[in-house]
Design a protein around this ligand. Sequence first.
Ligand code: FAD
Length: 547
Amino acid sequence: MTGFSFFERNKIQRNLQEQAYDLVIVGGGITGAGIALDAASRGLKTALLEKNDFAFGTSSRSTKLIHGGLRYLKQLEFGLVKEVGSERAVVHKLAPHLVVPEKMLLPLSDKKGLGYWVTSIGLKIYDWLAGVRPEDQRRMLTRAQTLRREPLLRKDEVKGGAIYAEYRTDDARLTVEIMKAAERHGADVLNYASVSEFIYAEDKVSGVCWRDELGGQEYTVRAKAVVNATGPWVDELRTLNNSRQGKRLHLTKGVHIVVPFEKLPVRQAIYFDTDDGRMIFAIPRGRTTYIGTTDTNYDGDKDNVFTTREDAAYLVHAVNTTFPKAALSLNDIESSWAGLRPLIHEEGKSASGLSRKDEIFESATGLISIAGGKLTGYRKMAERVVNLLVRTHFRDRDLKPCHTTRIMLGGDAFSGKREVRRYLQKIKRRLPPAFPPLTARYLVENYGKQTGEILQRFEAKASPLKNEIDLLKAELWFSVHHEMICKLEDFFIRRTGMLYFNIAAVNLSKAVVAEEMRDYFGWDENRMLLELESLDRQVRNVTAFKA
Ligand code: FAD
């Protein structure tokens, strides 16, 4: 069996023990994945170790937008807006099925926000900085046009609106697809591999000690350079390296809640002002709408970050103030997630006031750490880190220049959004007519043309009923053989997003999926029970605030 799968684990572990690498990356979020792809595709022998599943940290708990960060304009962060704004089109081109254009509605009122003219000029600057194509540039709306677009808005408050262009994505899937591309370019990447110590040679970092979190054994891996891309954990590794001096991380927590679409049936994504001067997204996604985010200082357990009742109540209040007809209550919330922003501390600044810019720290022993930044900017961040590595460690090597703008993600490439639409129609026709209409869209947006392989398996193996469980089994087969899942929760959280966007189906299908995984991986009954218990814990975690 070959491919990006659990079945390759022994081979990868052997490689890590026996081979000497140019680069070891610690951390398998989007930052680490981006660096692995950039480095491997330039010709560096690259390894990546992630202590949990890929995208376990912030990279599965963002707002899931590839966006220019409109609110950073308020903070006069022109450089950041220009970089991430322009990157949107690049990431869309690399995965047009997974990074999907989304028109955002910005309702305007006299009481909150910046008002009509400042917003109009601000969005113009935003479009200009990000190089947005004329047809996608901002459009200002009258009060009547705004209310027609979104009848749920408060009629007595809305004075007008604006429409501007962003992209939505699935953060964890994007991370996994970048990781798969890195592996295709020769990187050895492993999840459930936690780094516990650095190795030094002549006072320079020359590798890491790591532990196989599935098997329990400890190993070392040698490399000419080590990059710390551990997001919220960056300072922990800097402490291990005795280099946590000068700037330090400042973690803030951001929460999203998920409600059934019919509870907040917004007609498109909306970015609205809150009473306390912040801005919040309400984004329709399949059978749900999700709402976020909060921004509060955090110094708790980084491995267990939850939505509290207070977080959920804050978001419910914000929704009810802007969309009174929704009359949401905590009981309407189906699921939630909470993530940590790994920001750089600035004295005297509030959580929301901190810059989202990334920064690179180089320690005296040569450890390179990168923190801050955005999902959207992962490719440019990776380019900067690898450029630095080339200058500091690999000057004498004949490496290719960065060419990640041309490495397509997520299976065979689409030529653009038109082809994605045609492919979607094809998939709709191929699915049994009894399937919900959203299924085809879910498959194509998650898997792109890899959907073909999933459907082939479904068509070959489905029971005579050809039902949704058969399709889920085919998806599981794909995740097992091509997406390196090791645990039940990897499948339900970071490959399919079901824990967030279809939690009822998790409860209905978890036993069947666990049995299939037992057969694939040879689990005994005890392991299967542990997996189910652990998944149940995750289900409780995303709904704990209801207690
Ligand atoms: P992470 O994703 O946290 O990855 C770090 C990884 O390192 C983790 O998986 C962790 O398990 C691993 N690790 C830690 N210690 C070790 C160790 N010792 N050994 C091995 N592995 C280790 N950006 C956008 O562009 N668009 C958005 O819509 C957006 N929304 C956001 C909303 C919220 C609420 C938050 C919190 C952030 C948002 N961001 C957004 C920012 C973006 O999500 C982050 O910048 C990005 O995901 C950070 O990725 P990362 O790889 O640096 O960190």
